[in-house]
Design a protein around this ligand. Structure first.
Ligand code: AMP
Ligand code: MG
Length: 498
């Protein structure tokens, strides 16, 4: 394809991109196209940590060329942009063909750890898969995706990453007119469960095999040695997905739109939309106000992860060969989830070894948070600061609960449990503080940063990013970012519109 390059374009940017591996797939997997330019783009935010992974990019983001390239206005000669096709189940219903309706894969990059990553521009204009959409993303949702990707990475949760956001004063209409933006996001692959479902439901089993072989070759090469590589692939994705769900539950993260087209074949958190972090604990909480049935509520996520795995299993059945072998690959889900969840909770509660009574004790703490609408993040953080033997300093934790007496009873049991393993206070606190974040991307924090950015003040986005990059650190100077949400935040609603 022809690429429009700029003669003044710096070599460092050319070095950044290379032909995407994905382009080696047959041509019916994607459409080559260029992003649609946006007028007068400007830099909204950059993750210097991500830029540092690509030495050529450091300090290059105030260069106009860089901004134009990451908006899609100029296409590097080394890029080979494309949009891919996929399908999916949305809210449990087969939705047919979807595809990259506004994300365009520019090419692959190799970071300084020699890891190959796909570079996508999200919001870079219409594609053949846009259906009735305009191919754009608004500044609001772009800031949310950018901050949450980097926040999740800092929480050690598998996720796509975000490099930068560029904005433009071109407006698009959502519930109201909003300015547009482009997020540059990176992941080893953005292949989804829905990429497999696409070929299965179109009865293109040859293409299904090509896709599975591609995924095995580049991302799960050890499956090739197994007796049934496709079954091994499904078992591997089952494992990763179950663990991802345990990770999400452990920090109160709710994705909001767990459709199969938003499920990564690599077990990454992808396609950030109306996500939320649990504040006043309610296991039935729904973060996406479009989701009236609560299909994707907090408590449903682990079983929806399993439902989605079965949708993938169905799609892979022709490759695996038998229902029994497919079910065998899926059967690990519950135990994979339970094992990861137990180990994450062990760290969150500061136990160095497992004990029979732990499950009940932990569940009772969740029940207390539920009954008292206690803040999820702060409850675990204050529990981390608890003294092993001195209950006179329990107030910071007790103050988060309306019924303090019931928490005091629980704390007696908790301290008795710590005594069983002769818990060392310093080691326990250290373990808990490294596993119970102080700072998460609360909706109101994102909202404050968004409103400022909509008025061209991008400083709050940068500040939030720097805080969320170190979520386990005390950062005393940023104490107010760890506080309970203000009253106005209770009315904040996040929908699919983005
Ligand atoms: P999502 O649930 O946001 O991941 O999107 C579901 C599908 O709708 C995907 O195929 C997206 O590419 C597509 N889509 C969402 N928003 C737009 C938009 N503004 N323009 C074009 N396609 C879109
Ligand atoms: Mg999506």
């Amino acid at each position: 394809m022809s690429s429009s390059t700029n003669a003044t374009q710096s070599q460092y940017l050319n070095d950044f991109l290379q032909n995407p591996l994905f382009a080696n797939l047959p041509s019916n997997f994607f459409t080559h196209l260029h992003p649609t330019p946006l007028p007068s783009p400007y830099l909204v935010a950059v993750s210097e940590k991500m830029a540092a992974e690509h030495p050529g990019l450091v300090n290059k983001f105030h260069d106009n060329d860089t901004v134009e390239i990451f908006t899609g206005n100029k296409v590097l000669s080394t890029a080979n942009p494309l949009a891919s096709v996929y399908s999916g189940h949305q809210f449990g219903v087969w939705a047919g063909q979807l595809g990259d309706g506004r994300a365009i894969l520019l090419g692959d990059t190799i970071n300084k750890h020699q890891q190959r990553l796909e570079v996508q521009l999200k919001g870079a204009g219409a594609t053949p898969y846009s259906r009735s959409g305009d191919g754009r993303a608004v500044l609001r949702s772009s800031i949310r995706e950018f901050l949450c990707s980097e926040a999740m990475h800092a929480l050690r949760i598998p996720t796509s990453r975000a490099l930068c956001i560029t904005g433009s004063d071109k407006y698009v209409f959502r519930e109201q007119p909003e300015s547009t933006a482009v997020v540059t996001r990176l992941a080893p692959s953005f292949i989804r469960f829905g990429s497999f479902e696409h070929w299965y439901y179109n009865r293109r089993h040859e293409d299904l095999k090509v896709l599975a072989d591609f995924v095995i070759e580049f991302y799960f090469p050890h499956c090739r040695e197994q007796q049934n590589p496709y079954q091994a692939l499904l078992a591997e994705v089952t494992h990763r997905t179950a663990e991802l769900m345990a990770h999400w539950q452990s920090v109160g993260f709710m994705h909001g739109v767990m459709n199969t087209d938003n499920m990564s074949i690599l077990g990454l958190t992808i396609d950030y939309g109306p996500f939320g972090f649990m504040e006043a604990f309610d296991e039935s909480h729904i973060c996406n106000h479009t989701d009236q049935q609560g299909r994707y509520s907090y408590k449903m996520q682990p079983s929806i992860g399993n439902w989605n795995m079965h949708a993938l299993g169905q799609a892979m059945l022709p490759l695996i060969g038998s229902v029994e072998d497919t079910q065998a690959a899926l059967s690990g889900y519950s135990s994979n989830f339970a094992a990861k969840w137990a180990s994450l909770l062990r760290s969150k509660f500061g136990f160095s070894v497992a004990h029979d009574s732990d499950k009940q004790l932990e569940e009772d703490f969740f029940s207390l948070m539920q009954e008292n609408h206690a803040d999820f993040t702060l409850s675990f953080r204050q529990l981390s600061h608890l003294k092993n033997d001195d209950s006179s300093k329990d107030d910071a934790l007790l103050n988060l609960f309306i019924n303090r007496e019931s928490v005091k009873v629980w704390l007696q049991r908790y301290r008795a449990r710590l005594a069983i393993e002769s818990s060392n206070e310093v080691a326990r606190q250290e373990l808990m503080l490294a596993n119970n974040p102080k700072y998460v991307l609360r909706n109101y924090l994102a909202q404050n940063a968004i409103e400022k950015a909509q008025n061209k003040d991008f400083s709050e986005v940068a500040k939030l990013l720097s805080i969320l990059e170190n979520p386990f650190d005390e950062q005393i100077e940023h104490e107010k970012y760890a506080k309970l949400p203000p009253d106005w935040a209770k009315d904040l609603e996040v929908s699919c519109s983005s």
